[in-house]
Ligand binder design. Sequence first.
Ligand code: FEO
Length: 409
Amino acid sequence: MSGVQITDKVYWIGKVDDREVPFHRLILKKGTTYNSYLLKTEKPTIVDTVDIIYGREYLENVSKIVNPADIQFIVINHVEPDHAGALPALAAKAPNAKIVCTEEAVSLLKDMFKLHQREFITVKDGDTLDIGGKTLRFLKTPFLHTEETMMTYEPEDGILFSCDVFSTHIASHEVFNDLAKINYIEKFNGYYTTIMAPHRPYIRKMLEKIKDLKVNVIGPSHGYILRDNAQKFISMYDEMSNIGEMGKEKKVVIIYSTMTGNTTKIADRIAKGMEDLGITPQVFNMKNADKDEVKNSIHECDGLLAGSSTKYADTVGEVEAFLKSLEGETFKGKFAAAFGSYGWSGEAVIHVEEQLEQLGFDIINQRYLIKVLGIDTPLFPLRIRFLREEELDRAEDSGRVFAEQVLTH
Ligand code: FEO
């Protein structure tokens, strides 16, 4: 297939990959598609490319419907190689094309593909671009599912080029959802669960951003182009990402020991972050807490945060002894993370995290954040030096991220 017409001047020029495709530590047994789009306007424009391994075939197909030298813009919504992979091959044959992407994507593309000499157009949220007969509007959608991602909206036809969002991993030669020969809804939902659900708060922001757009067609980066009842798929994302009053049913406990009061302030800000998601944690300063009450609360909770400030490279107060008293009990299936203030090296937080791990909690730490959420900000274990305001903002972020994991598992 070299091109499939979507509307008057808009074409699908993607690749159906029906191999077993390794992807995000999954094997896509039924393959996938890499959806690329051509808007054959007065200033021909391409939105996203295909996987790096299909670069040559892709260029041959593009050349059948447009002279690459005429291409004026190449929009890159997302830099992962399944969509930006054929960019260097395309850019080499399209020397007049400017590359359009977010600021966060520019340096990634330049470094990945040695495109330092190319002209880039860096777009901000809501920016528009006249492509000669049609307009493109860019919507930043960070962390859907990486930081630099955006969507591109074409209002004349009401097409939302939605990047990985609203995708389905399926090698669909039929291209459009109304031509599907199988029931693909389960796969559409499965994609949401595996790729998008960890980024649920960003899904909510994206839905808010697109709620007033006229969307007739969703052109995602994988799977069917959703031209039959596009709004249904937006509503499905709304339903799947809506946690409603779920926060009231979840229980989180925060325990801590503090030397000067700084760790108390961190605990308060973590709690504030959780309250944004509807969870009101039980907070115990272990200096004067009833230990039996704390123990009962931990057994009933969905998540535990344990904190200590550091003194002489060690924990302070009673947190460590209390956690030791829990040895032999079962905490599997409950999330836990460590936090605390420090002045020099902050070892107490590490000691606390090790205890939580030994007790069998599911630990949220940097390894978890990177592996599951793609977050490289050091939110957990949360070590805050003295008490700078911007650091306390990080404590609120930590609270929100912890609450999010409790709510969605
Ligand atoms: Fe389909 Fe995030 O790449």
